[in-house]
Design a protein. Structure first.
Length: 327
């Protein structure tokens, strides 16, 4: 299906979270900009938290720093060239988590965010102020202005914030499930549904399908907007050769009863023809044998090189995703 753009560049929406999502989105931004289009990014806010009196938004900030080209490329998160003197001082006072280190420049963003929130701005308005500092080539939106932090429920009933389970315990504690209290009544942030409805293509980034994309789609109205969109919906597999590209998505998938395969994640999202959210699914060359399994779910599989090892390969993946959308 070819999308008519009426003499303008394509309007593209990306749903994303995490390091992989921000890396992919940077490639999409470059390609959309080259076509004089417009990019809107709906960011996961499920892993947000309050810590040391500050509101921290890890996925939002990863996206912000990646598109501003100030991200620490070695760690994959935080600011390049940052120092940690303030974190060390907080830990010396016994404030915060001594295993959760935040850079000084990063803390500057958290302080600014918290200050504006306490002045009465919404998270959407705060993010607009943060991104105004740089020419991002995209509009960033949180999935919701409500606080719907992800918690991990252990078999004994213990509940940990997702960041504690993920960062401190490295997902070694087998979870029973994941919860986002209040998400059932959390409204989409202003502009999210409207951007999806106006899009020429909706892309689902290669982010963790359970704790990054899952919360976005769980916000009432967002999944419905994706299903009802006139634009093709294209997803990129975060699983290559039966393993997550980054992080511990395999643990999250296991808890959800989803096979840790490209086809398994396609099945989790489902086809729009069967009340899911996908039309097309990009899978790695290593997983070409899964094309028929993906097709059985009603989703069209496209075999592409998925490794985003440099800017050129990342942009080539963005081109492939847009090509699958017909633009």
């Amino acid at each position: 299906m070819t999308v008519a753009t009426s003499g303008r560049g394509p309007r593209v929406v990306v749903l994303a979270g995490g390091v992989g999502g921000s890396t992919f989105t940077a490639g999409v931004r470059d390609e959309v900009a080259a076509r004089a289009g417009a990019l809107t990014v709906v960011c996961n806010t499920g892993d947000d938290l309050w810590l040391s009196g500050l509101r921290i938004q890890p996925d939002v900030d990863s996206m912000l720093y990646a598109l501003a080209d100030v991200k620490d490329r070695i760690r994959g998160w935080g600011r390049a060239g940052d120092s940690t003197r303030v974190s060390a001082e907080l830990h010396a006072w016994g404030v915060g988590w001594d295993w959760f280190e935040l850079g000084d420049l990063d803390l500057g963003a958290h302080i600014a965010r918290t200050s504006w929130l306490r002045e009465g701005l919404t998270p959407t308005e705060v993010l607009a102020r943060l991104q105004a500092r740089w020419q991002l080539g995209a509009t960033l939106l949180p999935m919701t202005d409500a606080e719907v932090d992800t918690h991990v429920v252990l078999p004994d009933g213990t509940r940990l914030h997702f960041q504690e389970w993920w960062t401190r315990h490295r997902a070694r504690l087998e979870p029973e499930g994941f919860e986002n209290a209040g998400i059932d009544t959390a409204p989409p942030a202003s502009g999210v549904v409207e951007a999806i409805r106006a899009a020429d293509a909706v892309l689902i980034a290669p982010s963790n399908p359970i704790v990054s994309i899952g919360p976005i789609l769980a916000v009432p109205g967002i999944a419905q907007a994706v299903r009802e969109s006139t634009a093709p919906v294209v997803g990129v597999s975060p699983i290559i050769g039966g393993a997550p590209v980054r992080g511990m998505a395999d643990v999250c998938l296991r808890v959800a009863g989803v096979p840790c395969t490209a086809a398994g994640v396609a099945g989790q999202y489902g086809s729009r023809a069967h009340d899911g959210v996908l039309d097309h699914w990009l899978i790695g060359e290593e997983d070409a044998a899964e094309c028929d399994t993906v097709a059985a779910t009603g989703v069209v599989a496209h075999v592409e090189p998925l490794w985003m090892s440099d800017a050129a390969r990342t942009r080539a993946l963005a081109v492939a995703a847009l090509r699958a959308a017909g633009i």
